[in-house]
Design a protein around this ligand. Structure first.
Ligand code: NAD
Length: 330
């Protein structure tokens, strides 16, 4: 039977994409890889042939050698953008070296197409909305790693004929998000804080603008990133076109969950306004921006309230303490 491999299958996007492909494209079996550093086995659909592997070190021959893997979605990463300057080596190892390992296997085993989830972090500082022709200028090691991965994949395309599609999603939220990681994904952080009787934390004045994107709207476009001829060797922004300030988003969520205090934290090194254009996603992947932030948050909050009380993910030591923000200091 034809197979699709999803790395990061225990994470938010990977697990929901696995579910979606199993339901909508039943001619494919799904094979999954994850080291469970940021995802949970409970997220992985039972039909997935699951390999608990770390992509930074594991040889992947055992997963690929049957030759049945047609498409690979490489989603595994540690996407804590703001933390990445303090875990630099880890960031490059986990995001860039791991990708090189996947690229090698895709070339060696003649995979039909590699779909890579890059990030809008590659754009860095500039004037949004960013279109795909905007020259990347990342401002942190996470963005640098994602951009380096993109370039490496394109080189594999030129030199070894690997077909690829690079998707740049942004601010994706929804069910299966890791709400226990204190370093990333503001909406999930707020839900954790509400569930633990804490105030919402907002960095700076909360005027930063982001285009929050409901995960459910991204699943068919991600499927098409592998299947559609039009997506071959294309780099495509993926996400909502409606930008919202962080403070506005906090107020929308406050209303849904029945109130919360807001604690303002000092500013940090980050891009103030980050949103992009989506014409390519619409025309090449059939993306439809259909779920309003309020509706998506209602669904995510319903899910979040049913989650077990997990221990919050915190780094015991950072590679660098110099310049570390007070709110993350150990
Ligand atoms: N969520 C977003 O807003 C967003 C935006 C832009 C890009 N992306 C990208 O999309 C992808 C998926 O994001 P997500 O939000 O589902 O993240 P996630 O953290 O929920 O999932 C990532 C998964 O990768 C696994 N993983 C990490 N390092 C690994 C390794 N070395 N070996 C094997 N598995 C490993 C983790 O355990 C986790 O289950 C990532 O590449 C991320 O950079 C996400």
């Amino acid at each position: 039977m034809k197979k699709i491999l999803i790395t990061g299958v225990a994470g938010m996007i990977g697990s929901k994409l696995a579910e979606y492909i199993l339901q909508q494209y039943p001619s494919y079996e799904v094979v999954g890889i994850d080291n469970l550093s940021g995802g949970y086995t409970e997220n992985v659909p039972p039909q997935v042939q699951f390999h608990s592997l770390d992509l930074t070190t594991a040889p992947l021959d055992a997963v690929f050698k049957s030759g049945e893997i047609e498409y690979v979605y490489h989603l595994a990463a540690y996407a804590a953008e703001g933390l990445s300057p303090f875990i630099r080596c880890f960031n490059y190892q986990n995001n860039l070296v791991a990708t090189a390992n996947v690229v090698n296997a895709c070339i060696k085993y003649n995979v039909k197409r590699l779909v890579f989830t890059s990030s809008m972090a590659v754009y860095g500082i500039g004037t949004p909305p960013f279109d795909e022709l905007h020259v990347p200028n990342p401002v942190d090691p996470y963005g640098v790693a994602k951009y380096a991965c993109e370039m490496d994949i394109q080189i594999a395309g030129e030199q070894h004929g690997l077909d690829w599609c690079i998707v740049r999603p942004h601010n994706v939220y929804g069910e299966h998000q890791n709400i226990w990681d204190k370093y990333r994904n503001v909406l999930g952080i707020w839900m954790y804080q509400k569930l633990n009787d804490q105030a919402f934390t907002v960095i700076g004045k909360g005027q930063q603008k982001r285009a929050f994107t409901y995960l459910g709207d991204c699943l068919e476009p991600l499927a098409q990133a592998a299947f559609s001829e039009k997506a071959s060797r294309q780099t495509i922004n993926l996400g909502s076109s409606t930008e919202t300030s962080i403070l506005e988003a906090a107020h929308i969520l406050k209303e849904i969950i029945g109130g919360a205090d807001i604690e303002f934290l000092p500013e940090r090194h980050e891009v103030v306004n980050a949103y992009s254009t989506h014409e390519k996603a619409r025309s090449l992947l059939g993306y439809v921006d259909q779920t309003q932030l309020r509706d998506g948050l209602v669904m995510m909050w319903e899910w979040a309230q049913k989650q077990p009380k997990r221990i919050r993910k915190e780094w015991e030591t950072y590679e660098l303490d110099k310049g570390m923000y007070g709110f993350w200091k150990n």
